[in-house]
Design a protein around this ligand. Structure first.
Ligand code: ADP
Length: 256
């Protein structure tokens, strides 16, 4: 049966039988309980699930920000477990882009300096044409000299999106990127993320609680009790809401 397997070459990130356990004995928490999932190149995927279902833990393990208790993570063809700390830092800087809920911009730097920071840290010169493309995609041309305090939340998150895209990473991880934005700014940011998938073939994995945000995605995977329990392709907001409601009401682990 080969029809369902995916060639490794089209996989931007892969988790295989991922477990993450906190504590031990009676206080043991299985944040991840055997997660196997592929994220394909050029695909925009949302990770959803009730609070405490393991979304952040999964994203942190995939993004080399946390280490699983067992199992493996492959990003851009590289098994993370085989890398030392220095190599992991390099991989994070050069192959992974991040967008956080709280923007995480450096307040003393201008928008342009913030966007170029990952490249500066990696010792790389920006590709001028690509920088211009990214800046124009997120509509920041006239804000490049502004500091974060001189910009709205939506504009700051657009800077964060540009910063994530400018190094042409293999994968962008977005952690509740619209969580601090009003619905108009949120829609703009999601629109830019979507465009980067359509126009640049960017791979994006986004953790979100928001069914509207997830409806911009090609695929939604649902976590519950540290396991992937369902997934939807090209879902509507209504389908996502229905799935979320059924996850909330299904019996929890130990009650089945
Ligand atoms: P989500 O992002 O879906 O809300 P998390 O990945 O943050 O879920 O957490 C999954 C489970 O792991 C939860 O039960 C949470 O309390 C637990 N957990 C997460 N981080 C820690 C930690 N550092 N120490 C102990 N338990 C943790």
């Amino acid at each position: 049966m080969t029809g369902t397997t995916t060639p490794t070459s089209t996989v931007a990130a892969r988790a295989v039988d991922l477990h993450k356990t906190y504590g031990s004995g009676d206080s043991e928490v299985r944040a991840l309980d055997g997660v196997t999932v592929d994220f394909h190149q050029g695909e925009f995927t949302a990770i959803m699930g009730p609070s405490g279902s393991g979304k952040s833990t999964l994203m942190h393990c995939l993004a080399a920000l946390d280490t699983p208790t067992s199992g493996s993570v492959v990003v851009d063809g590289v098994e993370l477990g085989s890398l030392n700390d220095k190599a992991l830092t390099r991989l994070r800087r050069e192959r992974i882009g991040f967008v956080f809920q709280a923007f995480n911009l450096i307040p003393t730097l201008t928008a342009k300096e913030n966007i170029l920071l990952p490249l500066d840290l990696a010792g790389h010169k920006p590709d001028r044409a690509w920088f211009d493309t990214v800046v124009d995609t997120v509509g920041l041309r006239d804000r490049l000299g502004h500091r974060p305090s001189e910009m709205s939340g939506g504009q700051q998150q657009r800077v964060a999106c540009a910063r994530a895209l400018v190094s042409q990473p293999s994968i962008v991880f977005a952690d509740e990127p619209t969580g601090n934005l009003d619905s108009t700014s949120g829609a703009e940011v999601l629109g830019f993320l979507r465009r980067s998938v359509e126009e640049f073939g960017q791979t994006i994995v986004m953790v979100t609680h928001d069914a509207v945000a997830a409806s911009y995605c090609d695929r939604v995977v649902f976590l519950r009790d540290g396991r992937i329990v369902d997934e939807l392709a090209h879902p509507s907001r209504e389908q996502i809401l229905e799935h979320m409601a059924s996850l909330q009401t299904a019996p929890a682990r130990g009650e089945r």
